[in-house]
Write a protein that binds this ligand. Structure first.
Ligand code: UDP
Length: 325
């Protein structure tokens, strides 16, 4: 397929680009490099530096490349930051990409995969979250993504653009060549690994008074290669109609358990400090990914947390300065 990937210079985007290329797709990465890395973009992908708010540019690129489907991964991703600066999230994750949808209408591109998030659900009312669980985000990040999901419903209803909203739980791990390099880094696993490498003095646990067995937040960590595989499957199923899918392993780990996993995998010890809660963090987020398993046959190949951490550790050791940009 001919695909345009917004945010294809980012962590998940560059790995999905790598996997689409390996599957034989023709890929154009469209990224404004505000947080992405030019070096993360695979050499076989076409690269266009541009912004999702630039409708004219996008429509032109769609026509030149004969784009058949968009994977929209560009966006800001820090739940904590969204509680200090919600406008940044509503502007960039909800409002500006309306121009992307308008460019798709203009150029006749009829399919889009959207990087959504478990943060659309808020605090769970059932043990596992399935796609029908109430959507009551506890942070502005989750709300900004939920609002864009709703825009997608309208573009389907009015313009017939089909979408798959993929609600990611906690993407982690690396492939041989590509891994996680956020500036600043805010995610748990890379932060702990940087601490294990001695590049940070300590890791803070944000909150030890959650109603969980050890008092720390529980998340469902999913290997980036399994996440990427779901994109390949979802992309090829869009002709069936619009859909929402959760992507997780169905098993949660507390912050302390993740720290223990890093100690086991790296064989290193490091300082851990118990700190206060981060605003907007739900206590527990664990997926039911039954729907995508049943409908598309998706099965995670790397469900073990230690395996996920080991792949990330390998990448951090071989790329201690990330992409060095
Ligand atoms: N977390 C933490 N210390 C850190 C960074 C994160 O305790 O330095 C916690 C955070 O509060 C959350 C979990 O680790 O409960 C995962 O956070 P991350 O930012 O990686 O992903 P999120 O779940 O927010 O998407």
């Amino acid at each position: 397929m001919k695909i345009l990937i917004t945010g294809g210079a980012g962590y998940i985007g560059s790995i999905v680009t790598e996997m689409c290329l390996a599957a034989g797709d023709d890929v154009t990465v469209y990224d404004n490099l505000s947080t992405g890395h030019r070096r993360a973009v695979p050499a076989d992908a076409r690269f266009v530096e541009g912004d999702v708010s630039d409708q004219e540019r996008l429509a032109g690129v769609f026509r030149e490349t004969g784009t058949e489907a968009v994977i929209h991964m560009a966006g800001f991703i820090e739940a904590g930051e969204s509680m200090r600066d919600p406008g940044k999230y509503f502007r960039n994750n909800t409002c500006r990409p309306v121009s992307l949808l308008e460019a798709m209408v203009e150029a006749g591109v009829g399919e889009i995969l959207f990087s959504s998030t478990a943060a659309v659900y808020g605090n769970p009312v059932t043990e596992l979250l399935d796609e029908d669980h109430p959507r009551e985000p506890t942070n502005a990040y989750g709300e900004s993504k939920l609002l864009f999901e709703r825009l997608l419903d309208w573009y389907d209803r009015v313009h017939g653009i089909r979408h798959a909203a993929l609600r990611y739980f906690n993407a982690a791990g690396a492939t041989g060549e590509r891994g996680e390099d956020h500036r600043p880094e805010t995610h748990l696993i890379p932060l702990i690994l940087q601490t294990a490498l001695g590049r940070r003095g300590r890791i803070d646990i944000f909150g030890t008074d959650y109603p969980t067995p050890d008092g720390t937040c529980i998340r469902d960590y999913i290997h980036i290669a399994d996440l990427g595989q779901a994109h390949l499957l979802a992309l090829r199923s869009l002709e069936r109609g619009s859909i929402h899918y959760n992507l997780g392993n169905g098993r949660g780990y507390s912050v302390r358990e993740v720290i223990d996993s890093v100690r086991r995998v790296t064989g290193r010890d490091f300082p851990v400090v118990e700190s206060g809660r981060r605003a907007g963090d739900p206590g527990v987020l664990v997926a039911s990914s039954e729907r995508i398993s049943a409908e598309l046959g998706w099965q995670p190949q790397h469900p073990s947390l230690d395996e996920i951490v080991a792949s990330a550790w390998e990448w951090h050791q071989s790329h201690p300065d990330g992409y060095q940009e």
